[in-house]
Design a protein around this ligand. Structure first.
Ligand SMILES: Nc1ncnc2c1ncn2[C@@H]1O[C@H](COP(=O)(O)OP(=O)(O)O)[C@@H](O)[C@H]1O
Ligand SMILES: [Mg+2]
Length: 221
């Protein structure tokens, strides 16, 4: 893996309203700011269920665009449109969720290569090696343990060499030992200049992070 320059990210004055399933409007964020300090290479996002943590990650990923305010990346404001944010996501962002969404009828290599050219197989193998799954290319994903499946998802997320890794409760379904292994993997990823923003309910995971924020009263505290 080649080392990246860790990007500055900043959300300014974000106001975001959602329509709940019952039709009621709810303001999730109001005058919200999020600007990790340079030393906060990894940041834990905590907060009650339904407070907006996953939505915050979707904003950072460029998957949720329906808000007012500014998103600055590496010192410049992003243009919040479908097209620009799709490019932004492809170039800079990796995403990991709690339950890896893998294609169960494909092998491990094909899962890392989803949507990529087959000629990128050596890059995919490099990513598998990076997450500790060297030689797993031809394994069926059904045969993997929960921790191994999460590693495949992380290899997939790191495929394009992102500067920003967004993880939504990535160890929420794993036992403590497996969680430690995933945190060690994230440590190496951070060492290579990738900023990690991670939603978690675990004090242990939050302690591992350089910084933490709590979603409370429509802001990050
Ligand atoms: N795209 C959306 N449309 C409508 N409601 C949404 C949308 N995204 C999130 N919500 C609502 O916003 C609230 C916060 O959701 P979420 O960000 O998933 O919270 P958390 O991850 O903190 O549990 C929930 O009440 C959810 O129903
Ligand atoms: Mg959530």
């Amino acid at each position: 893996m080649t080392a990246n320059q860790m990007p500055d990210i900043e959300l300014r004055d974000i106001r975001l309203t959602v329509v709940e399933p019952n039709g009621a409007e709810r303001t999730l964020f109001d005058a919200m700011r999020f600007a990790p300090q340079p030393y906060e290479r990894s940041v834990a996002i905590l907060g009650r269920s339904g407070s907006g943590k996953s939505t915050l990650l979707r904003v950072l990923a460029g998957l949720h665009l329906d808000y007012s305010g500014e998103y600055h990346y590496a010192g410049a404001p992003l243009t919040i449109t479908e097209r620009h944010m799709a490019d932004f996501r492809r170039q800079h962002v990796g995403i990991v969720t709690q339950s890896p969404t893998l294609l169960t009828d494909r092998d491990v290599l094909q899962n890392v290569l989803v949507g990529e050219r087959r000629s990128a197989a050596s890059r995919a193998s490099e990513c598998l090696e990076w997450v500790g799954l060297a030689g797993y290319e031809r394994k069926r994903v059904r045969q993997l343990s929960g921790g191994e499946a999460q590693r495949v998802a992380i290899a997939r997320a790191l495929f394009s060499g992102p500067q920003l890794l967004l993880a939504d409760e990535p160890t929420g379904a794993l036992d403590a030992d497996t969680e430690t292994q995933i945190l060690e993997l994230f440590s190496r990823t951070v060492e290579h200049g990738c900023r990690v923003i991670m939603v978690t309910h675990s004090e242990r995971v939050a302690d591992w992070c350089d910084g933490r924020r709590v979603v409370r009263d429509r802001r990050l505290c």
